[in-house]
Design a protein around this ligand. Structure first.
Ligand code: NI
Length: 331
């Protein structure tokens, strides 16, 4: 009899522990609302009260707006989640940006507006001249976007280089940013024209996806991209042949499109980073740019030099060959 009492007690304890842990777990899903005028990225909490609050907040912004882009970044604290919405809107030729922080208590389903706190500047580099022996290539796909210019400023501040796999259809609207990428010594790669899944397209259409982007990059920077990353990283024999250049994929996937959480993205890279890695990120998300701001000085402190993809292979004495697929520069 005593045995049964003990087992029941144990079971009860397990149930309580599981309940407590599940309560703290939040399942935040990335969502996008897109129309001709606006693009809004927002998190879905699967909590009616919170989701309604967020939707009302966003709805107020969307009304009557043109050229509006909203994005977010969040931080999970012990008792709450602090969610920041970044709003970018373009009027005439001027880009206006604003920022709003919400504090969300998922347990109590409560939301409040956070007092503006000064962002701590903990990005000081201990020893910027430390001789780097390790190399890493950050790569940014799917841009240029409202976020790209700030990203380049951050990279420039640390004299870090990176590679941008640009989407051709975004280039006309972002020609200035594309030039800024090039003028800052960053590398530009071809990421197709319309970001379609190439494996489903005809040979002519695949050629068009590459050549239209080549021509636009050439028009705005005077140089054609010498590397390619097919949309979704999907490659087959036909794509290898038509790319007519080295194909660059990655070996560290930050999943930034899913997380929109800058400290998570930054830590994820720091935990996995090795000499010769290629990191996949997207310069269309604000949380990614915030993550880079955290990440770059930390990588440098660990002795990494941040280089472009072509530099990475050059320094590793690996010759990139047409039609070959490269996910890292490990030997
Ligand atoms: Ni992409």
């Amino acid at each position: 009899m005593k045995k049964y009492i003990f087992i029941s007690f144990l079971l009860l304890l397990i149930i309580i522990v599981v309940l407590i842990f599940n309560q703290n777990k939040v399942d935040i899903k990335p969502k996008t609302y897109k129309s001709d005028l606006v693009e809004v990225n927002y998190p879905l909490f699967n909590n009616t009260k919170i989701d309604n609050y967020i939707w009302d907040y966003l709805n107020e912004k969307i009304t009557n707006e043109k050229n509006l882009f909203i994005d977010y970044d969040y931080l999970i604290n012990k008792s709450n989640i602090s969610l920041t919405f970044y709003t970018y809107s373009k009027e005439g030729n001027v880009l206006k940006t604003s920022k709003k922080d919400l504090v969300i208590d998922t347990k109590k389903s409560k939301i409040s507006v956070e007092d503006k706190k000064k962002i701590e500047d903990n990005n000081l580099i201990d020893n910027i001249n430390k001789r780097s022996t390790k190399l890493i290539a950050l790569t940014f796909d799917d841009g240029p976007s409202y976020n790209t210019s700030r990203l380049i400023d951050i990279l420039n501040k640390y004299n870090a280089k990176a590679t941008f796999f640009v989407v051709g259809s975004r280039l006309k609207d972002n020609a200035k940013v594309l030039k800024k990428i090039k003028d800052s010594g960053m590398e530009i790669g071809n990421h197709t024209y319309s970001h379609k899944l190439l494996t489903k397209l005809s040979e002519d259409k695949i050629n068009e996806e590459f050549s239209k982007t080549d021509n636009l990059v050439y028009e705005f920077t005077g140089k054609k991209p010498s590397i390619v990353r097919p949309s979704y990283g999907s490659v087959n024999k036909r794509i290898k042949k038509l790319a007519d250049r080295p194909i660059i994929i990655w070996d560290i996937d930050t999943l930034d499109w899913k997380h929109h959480n800058s400290s998570y993205i930054s830590n994820n890279v720091l935990n996995k980073a090795k000499d010769g890695d290629i990191v996949l990120m997207h310069d269309i998300y604000t949380a990614t740019v915030n993550a880079v701001e955290l990440l770059v000085p930390k990588l440098m402190n660990e002795g990494y030099q941040l280089v472009t993809v072509s530099e990475l292979f050059y320094y590793k004495n690996i010759t990139l060959e047409k039609g070959n697929v490269y996910g890292s520069a490990h030997k």
